[in-house]
Design a protein around this ligand. Structure first.
Ligand code: HEC
Length: 136
């Protein structure tokens, strides 16, 4: 009886370890897919170490960043005064239809409708801290 319980516990622990490995692997895959999707943003946005403002502001440390606050970037009043703090929920709503979330924004981008793509994009973008380093 004791042996059986121990065996069951070992099996349980192994399952837990395996699923942790699978989920961190899935996360890496999502980030990789998000990086591909970020190609749609690259004409106007940079991210990562040394990222500079382009047509649009650099996007480092976006998670928790207030809208309109990338240093030295000239925002529209609409973006600057939107009162948004970027996080998973606000970003996902915005990127679906930027002009609906921030009427008057000068970001000329129609949006991304596919939920999986949006999720992957957020996984990719939210990896970066304000210095453009990937958070551990
Ligand atoms: C054609 C150029 C262009 C493309 C493509 C583009 N953006 Fe933008 N983006 C801008 C501009 C310009 C702004 C500044 C808007 C303003 O000031 O009204 C902006 C603003 C933003 C903001 C708000 C930043 C802040 O500091 O408040 C986010 C977030 C953002 N873009 C994400 C994205 C993502 C993600 C993509 C790709 C899926 C993307 N953008 C594609 C031009 C673009």
């Amino acid at each position: 009886m004791t042996k059986l319980t121990f065996g069951a516990l070992v099996a349980l622990a192994m399952t837990a370890a395996a699923s942790t490995a699978i989920s961190s692997n899935a996360m890496a895959q999502d980030a990789a897919a998000g990086k591909t999707s970020f190609n749609k943003c690259l004409a106007c946005h940079a991210i990562g170490e040394g990222a500079k403002n382009k047509v649009g502001p650099e996007l480092n440390g976006l998670n928790g960043r207030k809208s309109g606050t990338a240093p030295d970037y000239s925002y529209s009043d609409a973006n600057k005064n939107s009162g948004i703090t970027w996080d998973e929920a606000t970003f996902k709503e915005y990127i679906k239809d930027p002009k609906a979330k921030i009427p008057g924004t000068k970001m000329a981008f129609a949006g991304i409708k596919n939920e999986t793509e949006i999720n992957n994009l957020w996984t990719f973008i939210s990896q970066y801290d304000k210095d453009g380093k990937i958070k551990q």
